[in-house]
Write a protein that binds this ligand. Structure first.
Ligand SMILES: NC(=O)c1ccc[n+]([C@@H]2O[C@H](COP(=O)([O-])OP(=O)(O)OC[C@H]3O[C@@H](n4cnc5c(N)ncnc54)[C@H](OP(=O)(O)O)[C@@H]3O)[C@@H](O)[C@H]2O)c1
Length: 390
């Protein structure tokens, strides 16, 4: 039995992971579940999977009753204790944001397999995460569908045989809109993703294409590819998840209808494949036509800004990510408009992005400083907006 801890079990990826595990209880055992403060949802999962441990990170959240046999913990240290537990084989990190960095490092230092959905931790921590895996003996297996596709296409090939990867992006709900149009879109419209059903933060990141920039940086660290060897293309159907072009010119792609359960299952079973009738749905006729477009950099500047942050390295990706987290929250709260998210992130990068990374404290310092800069830009923009409407 493979013993699995799911961090962020009440979220979109966490719930999908439990769906997958629930169909394969002959192979996987849920030993720990972690959420932030959704205590009732977590209690329902605990009754169903009966893990040894359950944790609510927010220590002000109420602990539910009626879950005999499970030890409840609360607070951040309780989460880290679950991650470091030698009784765990695989940690699914489905937390959202750079808050996932410490658990990512901890899981890898403990020598576990890290089934990684929380791309922000790899973006912010970059080389430190890769080193933690090397030194601790842990292994990162991506859950992001694009990176899972690359892993699947590269099976049996050395990195020297890979010439280039091309990540696909759906283009989000605003594909085809101009920058001018985007001044008039609100959170409700931005949250209506055309092909994927996901948590709020990644859905907004998909609408701005910041998500694709985070994924370019993620691919750089996961596969050791230079930025010139990582491209992205709009593919509205979200059926092809990535292309891998090999040095002989041959191109492999991995296909499947948009459903995160497939890459989650692969991250748990890798390098094996497990029979799962619930996921065998591919129909080439229903999937057609498959189309591709260039990214519109004018309308979606957060893509280029993010890739540039990746190229700069050091603290720049952490600053980009932190500024973006603040910008997304501010947009969801109606405090900034859609195109202004790029201004918030740009300022964070300008002020914080040149710092060097010696250890994880530098990353946390850059993350905090970038959040402060971003919050100040948000405050100024929302005050200017309030002044203009009064
Ligand atoms: N959704 C997708 O299809 C998808 C696809 C690819 C990659 N990803 C990546 O997967 C990650 C999770 O995305 P999601 O869409 O599943 O997010 P989500 O639906 O918002 O769920 C986030 C989960 O993390 C918990 N959480 C949030 N902040 C936390 C904190 N500070 N401490 C402890 N727990 C915290 C939440 O607990 P509460 O419920 O208690 O708040 C919830 O269980 C993100 O990094 C995203 O980019 C998602």
């Amino acid at each position: 039995m493979i013993r699995v801890a799911v961090l962020g079990s009440t979220g979109s990826i966490g719930r999908s992971a439990l769906e997958v595990i629930g169909r394969h209880l002959d192979r996987f055992e849920v030993v720990a579940l972690v959420a932030n403060r959704s205590s009732e949802d977590l209690a329902v999962q605990v009754r169903s999977f009966k893990p040894a441990k359950a944790v609510l990170c927010d220590d002000t959240a109420d602990s539910p009753g009626g879950t005999a046999g499970t030890v409840w913990g609360s607070g951040w240290q309780a989460l880290l204790d679950v991650v470091a537990d030698p009784e765990v084989d695989v940690v699914v990190n489905a937390l959202v944001g750079a808050a996932g960095l410490e658990p990512t490092l901890c899981a890898l230092e403990a020598g576990h397999r890290l089934a990684l959905a929380n791309k922000e931790s790899l973006v912010a921590g970059g080389q430190l995460v890769v080193e933690a895996a090397r030194e601790g003996g842990g292994e990162i297996v991506p859950i992001d569908s694009e990176h899972s596709a690359i892993l699947q296409c590269c099976e049996g090939h050395s990195s020297a045989e890979v010439h280039r990867v091309v990540l696909t992006a759906s283009g989000g709900p605003f594909r085809g809109r101009t920058l001018d149009d985007l001044w008039h879109v609100g959170p409700e419209e931005a949250l209506r993703h055309p092909t994927w059903d996901m948590g709020a933060k990644i859905t907004i990141d998909s609408a701005t294409l910041a998500n694709k920039a985070l994924e370019v940086i993620e691919a750089h660290h996961l596969y050791g590819l230079g930025y010139d060897a990582i491209d992205a293309v709009i593919h509205p159907q979200s059926v092809i998840h990535s292309f891998v072009e090999f040095v002989d010119g041959s191109v492999l792609a991995q296909l499947g209808f948009p459903n995160m359960e497939l890459p989650i299952l692969y991250a748990l079973s890798y390098p094996d494949r497990i029979n799962d009738a619930a996921l065998r749905t591919y129909d080439p006729v229903a999937a057609s036509p498959l189309t591709f477009e260039e990214i519109d950099h004018g309308a979606f500047p957060l893509f280029g800004l993010g890739v540039e942050a990746g190229r700069r390295g050091g603290c720049a990706p952490a600053a980009y990510n932190a500024g973006n987290e603040i910008a997304v929250q501010a947009f969801l709260e109606g405090r900034v408009r859609f195109p202004e998210m790029a201004d918030v992130v740009n300022k964070s990068l300008e002020e914080v992005g040149s710092d060097v990374v010696r250890d994880v404290k530098d990353v946390f310092a850059a993350d905090h400083a970038a959040r402060d800069v971003a919050l100040e830009v948000v405050r100024r923009l929302s005050e200017a907006r309030a002044g203009a409407t009064s």
